[in-house]
Design a protein around this ligand. Structure first.
Ligand code: ADP
Ligand code: ZN
Length: 289
């Protein structure tokens, strides 16, 4: 059985055809221009295949509320050309198949839960730290949406004593994204994050703030595993620093098995950057049932 999968990002659209095992058979990448240019290009790609359904894992914010007049829309995105754009409707109309729809980060989380390092788990958090910070949450086996969808990249965290960098979030200044995103690192040090690899103090501070956020998530959601992806997490030294900081910040308060094995509890993604597109295949499979 073939499924369409779309990982919709602000800079590129990854379109793929996959099967029920998450195997990706075909793939095409289109730059994200305007909806009127890019959506028809993608539809043309899918039209060449006999797909049963399509799954869309999309940058946001998006409307996921069933029955809402704007269900399936990208809503208040800073990417102006895509603001208030129906992304589900055009695919449903042109392809005549069911459409699964969720956030990009929930897509990556679903890929890891279905075929990757979180297989079999019910309570998992996936965070991407890149140009922005986004997070997906699975709780009791269900992807969390709530009133909208989690926006945990914008959580507020205590500042480290002596650090007065204002942060770069246009809404909150020094929220998590404002402090730890790639562009925030670049603003703080005046050099691209990837070029700061040999500066330990950069990654110690980065790990400190990421760890504060993880502690808040551990205390509120009680996850069995936390997956950290995105460009900034290519600095692999962050993982050891974060595991140490999280352990210290939790202060022995919580006694639970996963916390005794930090190397398995806080991990990188496991699907070679295909977690998002594979998750979109799973969204299609779920829409098809
Ligand atoms: P996006 O978030 O735009 O989808 P990425 O997850 O690749 O894309 O994140 C891009 C951000 O990650 C940029 O701000 C970049 O500076 C940062 N980044 C990319 N590679 C590295 C690296 N090796 N080390 C540190 N930061 C990196
Ligand atoms: Zn913010």
């Amino acid at each position: 059985m073939l499924y369409g999968a779309l990982e919709a990002g602000g800079t590129k659209m990854v379109c793929a055809i996959g099967d029920e095992h998450g195997h990706i058979a075909e793939r095409a990448v289109f730059p994200t221009r305007t909806p009127s240019v890019t959506i028809p290009q993608m539809i043309d790609f899918y039209k060449s295949y006999e797909i049963e359904a399509i799954g869309i894992a999309c940058f946001g914010p998006i409307d996921l509320i069933p029955g809402s007049a704007t269900y399936g829309y990208i809503t208040s995105t800073p990417k102006l050309e895509w603001r208030n754009t129906d992304i589900v409707g055009p695919f449903a109309d042109a392809l005549g198949v069911p459409v699964g729809f969720d956030t990009d980060v929930n897509g990556s989380l679903l890929g890891e839960v279905t075929w990757g390092c979180a297989r079999g788990l019910q309570d998992v958090v996936y965070i991407t730290i890149g140009t922005g910070v986004g997070g997906g949450v699975m709780s009791g086996g269900r992807l969390v949406h709530g009133m909208l969808h989690p926006e945990l990249g914008h959580m507020l965290i205590p500042r480290k004593a002596g650090d007065d960098h204002p942060g770069i979030c246009p809404y909150h200044g020094d929220c998590l994204e404002g402090l730890v995103s790639g562009p925030s690192i670049e603003r703080r040090y005046g050099i691209k994050a990837a070029e700061l690899a040999e500066r330990p103090e950069v990654w110690e501070l980065e790990a400190y703030y990421i760890s504060e956020a993880l502690v808040n998530l551990i205390l509120t959601l009680s996850p069995q595993k936390i997956i950290l992806g995105g460009g900034v997490m290519h600095q692999e030294q962050l993982f050891a620093l974060i595991r140490t900081d999280v352990t210290r910040m939790l202060g022995d308060y919580i006694q639970a098995g996963p916390l005794n094995d930090m190397e398995s509890f806080i991990v990188p993604p496991s699907l070679n950057d295909d977690q998002g597109i594979m998750g979109a295949v799973k969204l299609a499979m779920e829409a098809h049932i």
